[in-house]
Ligand binder design. Structure first.
Ligand SMILES: O=C(O)CCC(=O)C(=O)O
Length: 279
């Protein structure tokens, strides 16, 4: 990628909180990701989708070690390196799929280290890499974002202080403001195989899926500047419990992406609620 284009994407990530890299998943890899994701989705009981009515599904990628290949997929690591993140680590990921004719995903942000002052500075602590497996638009549930909300307080913050509550996931109150349009929101439609990279502090949501087809996204969480983070955040990330089926991948292709911390700091407390320091 030309240095100028990469710089523009980096600037957009810092200013707006997200940017898009086109056609990152090659057709054969896209097909393999679809096959594995569909298999996991087809194996879920109906109760899973009822509990996740707004999200659609929430299946850990640790359920299939195939995803280690996606986590270490060279074109994705190249996109991160183009942004200047050439020593990222990786923590977790999910298969999030909206069934046909399903409702909107609530507004939320995903950062969990709000107690640390670095959370109120521009460089991203954690980024999502989202791969949509079908072309998306307003009709089938594309991503929505409130540009700049990773650094600046927005009225929506008042409504979704506590992210990902069971009530929001199961859509206990469909009239809750978290499901409504938000001032200044933008749609982020993409083509299957494009890669959306975004700051975990960004307020984002998704339109409902009004189509007859499943709309799946794979969200993977990376720590782009792990080596620069405070010890207590590193200590938290370096715990990474993983199933036995991932041991070989962790020692192999995931080794360069695995957080290691040898300092004395205690892991930071998990806190998903932004503090008043948000401008
Ligand atoms: O379903 C979507 O389009 C977005 C998923 C999401 O918000 C997330 O993974 O944090």
């Amino acid at each position: 990628m030309a240095a100028r284009v990469a710089q523009d994407k980096y600037d957009q990530l810092l200013k707006d909180g997200f940017c898009v890299f086109e056609r990152v998943l090659k057709p054969d890899m896209l097909e393999r990701v679809r096959t594995v994701s569909d298999r996991l989705l087809d194996a879920q009981p109906a109760s899973h989708f009822a509990e996740q009515k707004s999200t659609g599904s929430m299946i850990s990628v640790f359920d299939d070690v195939f995803f280690a290949e996606l986590v270490s997929y060279p074109p994705a690591l190249k996109a991160l390196a183009d942004l200047g993140f050439d020593r990222p680590t990786w923590s977790s990921g999910f298969v999030i799929s909206k069934p046909p004719r399903s409702p909107a995903l609530f507004w939320h942000q995903d950062w969990w280290g709000w107690d640390d002052p670095c959370s109120y500075e521009p460089p991203p602590q954690q980024v999502f890499l989202m791969y949509y497996l079908v072309d998306t638009d307003r009709h089938n549930g594309c991503l929505r974002a409130i540009a700049g909300s990773h650094l600046n307080r927005h009225p929506m913050h008042e409504h979704v202080d506590e992210a990902h509550t069971g009530e929001l996931r199961s859509m206990a109150d469909p009239d809750h403001p978290a499901y409504q349009p938000a001032p200044g929101e933008v749609d982020v439609p993409v083509r299957a195989g494009d890669l959306v990279i975004g700051d975990s502090r960004l307020l984002h949501a998704a339109h409902g899926n009004k189509s007859d087809r499943r709309r799946t996204v794979i969200t993977l969480w990376y720590i782009p500047l792990y080596h620069q983070l405070p010890g207590r955040i590193k200590a938290y990330l370096a715990r990474h419990p993983r199933p036995d089926t991932w041991t070989e991948a962790t020692r192999g292709e995931l080794k360069p992406l695995t957080a290691v911390y040898e300092g004395e700091a205690e892991p930071i407390a998990w806190n998903r609620t932004p503090g008043r320091a948000l401008k």
